[in-house]
Design a protein around this ligand. Structure first.
Ligand code: ADP
Ligand code: MG
Length: 352
């Protein structure tokens, strides 16, 4: 009998949050494979009833190593036998589980999965590309540039963010461009590129969940309460790791027209990116002015807390049902070895 597989962990700076998100999903769903992706990038079948603490020293005891083979007859193999996976429930945060890498590998293995496809996932993880797409569509967003030797055309202070990152890791506020450049030269978190935007000290975060199944649906709007400075990794880990120890206003106390505006923007972003399953869209707001900040295509805790009236199980089962309905991505030559292009008479055209 095939069953869903929850995949979590991964060689990502957000590994620990992902373990928490993944185990929450395992505990809610009845009969699942729990696939732990280790920090060193290996795959293990683990007991779905484990707790976060069981991963404190890495791969838990009694874990069975799996082999992942990215071919249509491959997938996750235990002693050379593929696990029969109906749908992979992706609970990974950060690259390479949320940025399209894992999604593309699952496409090659013809395994259905929750969340958006490879290219939408990549767009969601790329703060520069995402900002550009949102701006090009005419939605309100703060000016965001790649950090280079040329100072930006807006005034400091600046906030510097890893171009590909999340959970506030590697984010810094700086007073001038030279400091940002110096930071980029030394910070490992900025090694793959950084974006720069105006730092709006008085801005607050507003966040909303979007679901695409059984029909497009928006969650309540949340206003996380941050301490000094930006909403940091620690606060996010506590909030979205499910400990509930962080202050948040849910629903945020907002005037009706602001709620409407956020709803409209959330629908637009969802369509622009091609979101699927459950995602969280983050905004910055100051005195009624709203900017689209970012999208999380696999949000912490799968954003379940944003729908307090929805059973977690229902949310997950909806994601699974949606993914099950969608055929795996098709490639022209899937299943047929040999020169498929020749059959179409297109080799000559291609070469000529
Ligand atoms: N331009 C900005 N001005 C003020 N605060 C910001 C700005 N951009 C981000 N922040 C704060 O920093 C946090 C992290 O930034 P974000 O862009 O969401 O990156 P991450 O992907 O790491 O979550 C936000 O939740 C918000 O509190
Ligand atoms: Mg964020």
């Amino acid at each position: 009998m095939s069953r869903p597989a929850v995949i979590f962990g991964g060689p990502s700076p957000e590994h620990d949050i992902s373990v928490s998100t993944g185990l929450q999903a395992c505990h809610v769903l009845d009969d699942v494979y729990a696939i732990y992706w280790s920090l060193s990038g290996r795959w293990f079948l683990v007991d779905p009833h484990l707790e976060v603490g069981d991963f404190a020293e890495g791969v838990p005891r009694k874990a069975r190593e799996l082999t992942f083979v990215a071919t249509p007859d491959g997938g996750f193999l235990a002693k050379r036998k593929p696990l029969e996976i109906s749908v992979a429930v992706l609970a990974c945060h950060g690259a390479p589980g949320e940025d399209g890498t894992l999604q593309a590998a699952l496409d090659l293995a013809q395994i259905r999965y929750t969340g958006p496809g490879a290219s939408a996932s990549a767009l969601g993880m790329d703060k520069y590309a995402f900002g550009a797409v949102v701006a090009a569509a005419g939605l309100p967003t703060l000016p965001r540039v790649l950090l280079t030797d040329t100072p930006p055309g807006f005034d400091p202070p600046y906030i510097v963010k890893p171009r590909f990152g999340g959970s506030s890791i590697g984010i810094e506020v700086v007073d001038d461009h030279a400091t940002a450049v110096a930071l980029a030269a030394t910070s490992p978190n900025l090694a793959d590129g950084a974006v720069l935007e105006p730092f709006i000290a008085e801005a607050r975060d507003l966040q909303i969940g979007v679901r695409t199944h059984p029909e497009p649906d928006l969650s309540l709007i949340e206003a996380p309460v941050r301490g000094e400075g930006i909403l940091g990794y620690r606060e996010k880990y506590l909030a979205w790791g499910g400990s509930g120890r962080v202050d948040r206003q849910l629903p945020a106390d907002l005037p009706g027209d602001l709620v409407e505006r956020i709803h409209t923007l959330a629908r637009q972003v969802s369509e622009l990116v091609g979101l699927r399953s459950v995602a969280r869209i983050d905004f910055l707001e100051r005195n009624g002015e709203v900017w689209v900040n970012e999208v999380n295509t696999i949000p912490g805790s799968l954003a379940a807390y944003l729908w307090p009236d929805l059973e977690r199980r229902e949310l997950l089962e909806g994601m699974i049902a949606e993914a099950a309905e969608r055929p795996p991505r098709r490639f022209t030559t899937a299943g047929a070895d040999g020169l498929a292009l020749r059959a179409a008479g297109s080799v000559a055209a291609k070469l000529g």
